[in-house]
Design a protein around this ligand. Structure first.
Ligand SMILES: Cc1cc2nc3c(=O)[nH]c(=O)nc-3n(C[C@H](O)[C@H](O)[C@H](O)COP(=O)(O)OP(=O)(O)OC[C@H]3O[C@@H](n4cnc5c(N)ncnc54)[C@H](O)[C@@H]3O)c2cc1C
Length: 590
């Protein structure tokens, strides 16, 4: 083999590889200007908290990119298995994970993401960390990982429910383990709610609870159980004799290991063979006189469970926003390096235009999730009914918007990488597979939209929503922004009239319109947040003010206006039945 001198090597032209393989930024926080700018606005008057937050997120943003990212593909390709029996034929139902799963677990739980909002003091704070910072940290994690983030979210939200509703002795017994940053000591959480009878219609739950002297005992089957090997499970069951529907359901906490060290009695029947989130175990479970603690009151089980569902919905929305951001990263890096027809793709008009749309949609989802987290903090602190209603509404709007747009962005980014995007060597396929479930679990698009309808009907939520947006717009005092601010005020009036019109329609029309209405409310809220951000950049003379104005303008024309237009289309309640009946011809009997 011929040897080259150093000089000859340096002189030789290094051709760029035709297939670019750019690494993601080495620090996901430092590389994310929008996230930093948006967060800073919420923490402007709290310099100490801002410094703490910057340090925390900058450290975590580096860990996500440099330590978590390299483990994710291995954990995804080597999913868990269920070992049901030991060699003596005894039933053990043990989950066996690849070491990469545990390595990721040590990083994410060790950094405190599952426990930080439920610990009395976290990392030098004299109180639990805010939802705002926790969800910003989850957003960084969710950009690289889409499986283990589910157990993390359930551990976080189960601890919150326990902290809010459980008896003090249960809190003392379990909260320290749920919030532990020591992976060996940690208890993870899960939520077994969906049965074969359906996940949307929770009132149809068939699991039965019987009170014995020491314990409640549950019998029945749960059909979808993520993090199925969890140490603590929240579930719903119907005490014998309780009324039908959600009102007759009670909330129970099931420990995997009983206080005497014996395993609790339930079977893991099998693991689901899933499209995505393949590193994490979702299974089917049968309760057989399974011992459980009742979380009182007996007749408020569903309402308390919804606290956990709301929390995991917010986690889902954040994951959707993270998928949007990761899609932007992939499509930008690829587009800058990949050449076709002699030019980088990102310099060609159509590629650049689609990428710009994805970037502003990502900005919108980021703004929306931070606002949702901020409003949850506000609601927790103020205990005001209006704050609670707005927080709840925003969680549904975020879930509706970001999970749906996340899938669309993941699909677009996959296609923008061309054939390679479809190949499992690249992250796009996993991103899309993992993103899909965010739409489904914690209530699909339709169910979340119904929740928005309910909030509008029952809680006078439109006025609370509109007042929040009017207050944001009233804070903008740059004459140069009068036109976009007035346009957004007009949109708010228009949407208000649509809501008013819809509220007096028959239920069928309301239901058909609900998903679009929820999307429009989310998009309008996001559009207002983007103009507020542009204004903030202008008045603080941020060099990126022009960029922020362009993001707000593009979002308004490319997203908000079409979404509002779609809302005006009359609901078609015509002959759907005939269409459905005619879709599949009946089999001929001869
Ligand atoms: C990977 C994975 C993990 C999961 N993990 C968990 C878990 O850990 N714990 C848990 O409890 N559940 C879990 N689920 C279940 C999930 O929450 C449910 O699948 C989901 O809530 C939908 O319930 P379903 O599958 O029974 O569908 P259905 O309730 O049968 O609904 C089917 C479709 O119809 C729509 N729909 C239902 N009612 C209406 C209506 N009135 N009008 C219009 N549309 C309607 C729904 O939105 C959905 O799109 C998991 C699911 C998946 C895929």
């Amino acid at each position: 083999m011929q040897n080259f001198t150093d000089e000859e090597v340096n002189l030789a032209e290094q051709p760029s590889h035709p297939i670019p393989d750019p690494a993601i930024p080495s620090n996901l926080y430092r590389a994310d200007r929008s996230l930093q700018r948006l967060l800073r606005r919420y923490l402007r008057n709290k310099p100490l908290e801002w410094n703490w937050t910057e340090d925390f997120l900058a450290e975590w943003g580096g860990i996500c990119a440099r330590q978590v990212e390299p483990l994710v593909e291995t954990a995804d390709k080597n999913g868990p298995t269920l070992k049901q029996f030991n060699r003596r034929g005894e039933r053990v139902d043990e989950l066996v994970y690849h070491p990469a799963y545990h390595e990721i677990g040590k990083l994410v739980y060790g950094f405190g993401l599952a426990g930080m909002s439920n610990q009395p003091g976290f990392r030098g704070l004299d109180r639990p960390a805010s939802q705002l910072v926790k969800f910003a940290a989850m957003y960084l994690f969710d950009q690289v990982e889409g499986s283990i983030s589910c157990p993390v979210s359930m551990t976080d939200t189960l601890a919150r429910v326990l902290n809010t509703y459980a008896a003090p002795q249960l809190i003392d017994m379990y909260l320290p383990r749920l919030t532990s940053q020591d992976y060996g000591q940690l208890y993870t959480g899960a939520m077994f709610m969906t049965e074969k009878t359906g996940g949307s219609d929770v009132g149809a739950t068939t699991t039965v609870a019987v009170a014995n002297e020491e314990w409640w005992e549950l019998s029945g089957g749960k059909w979808f159980c993520s993090n199925v090997g969890a140490d603590l499970i929240l579930t719903l069951a119907r005490p014998e004799g309780a009324v039908a529907g959600t009102r007759g359901l009670s909330l129970f906490l099931i420990p995997r290991i009983l206080p005497d060290g014996e395993p609790n009695s339930y079977l893991i029947n099998r693991l689901k063979d899933k499209l995505g989130t393949r590193a994490m175990a979702s299974g089917e479970v049968t309760f057989q006189s399974t011992k459980a603690y009742l979380i009182e009151p007996l007749d408020r089980g569903f309402v308390m469970m919804m606290e956990m569902v709301n929390g995991t919905r917010l986690h889902s929305g954040v994951a959707g926003a993270a998928v949007l951001r990761r899609s932007v990263i992939e499509a930008t890096l690829h587009g800058k390096e990949r050449k076709a027809f002699g030019l980088p793709l990102a310099e060609q008009p159509l590629y650049a235009d689609r990428l710009a749309d994805m970037i502003v949609d990502s900005d919108a989802a980021t703004a929306l999730f931070l606002e949702t987290a901020y409003r949850l903090d506000k609601s927790d602190q103020s205990q005001s009914a209006d704050d609670r209603i707005l927080s709840r509404l925003l969680i549904s709007l975020l879930k509706r918007y970001a999970t749906d747009h996340g899938v669309k962005a993941a699909q677009t980014a996959l296609e923008m990488r061309g054939g390679n995007g479809y190949i499992e060597d690249w992250p796009n396929a996993r991103l899309l597979r993992d993103a899909y479930v965010q739409i489904i679990w914690e209530g699909g698009i339709n169910m979340v939209a119904f929740d928005v309808l309910r909030t509008l009907e029952r809680d006078n939520a439109w006025h609370i929503y509109a007042a929040a947006l009017q207050a944001e717009l009233a804070g903008i005092n740059s004459p140069g922004l009068n036109t976009p601010v007035n346009s957004l005020r007009t949109c708010l009036d228009l949407l208000g009239r649509e809501v008013e019109r819809l509220m007096v329609q028959p239920r069928s029309i309301q239901e058909i319109a609900a998903p679009q209405l929820a999307e429009a409310m989310a998009a309008l809220y996001a559009a207002v947040l983007l103009i507020v951000q542009a204004h903030d950049s202008l008045i603080t003379k941020d060099p990126a003010a022009k960029r922020d104005l362009e993001a707000a303008r593009r979002y308004y024309t490319r997203f908000l206006q079409p979404i509002l237009e779609a809302l005006k289309r009359p609901a078609n309640t015509g002959a759907v039945h005939e269409l459905i009946e005619g879709a599949i011809m009946p089999e001929q009997t001869t």
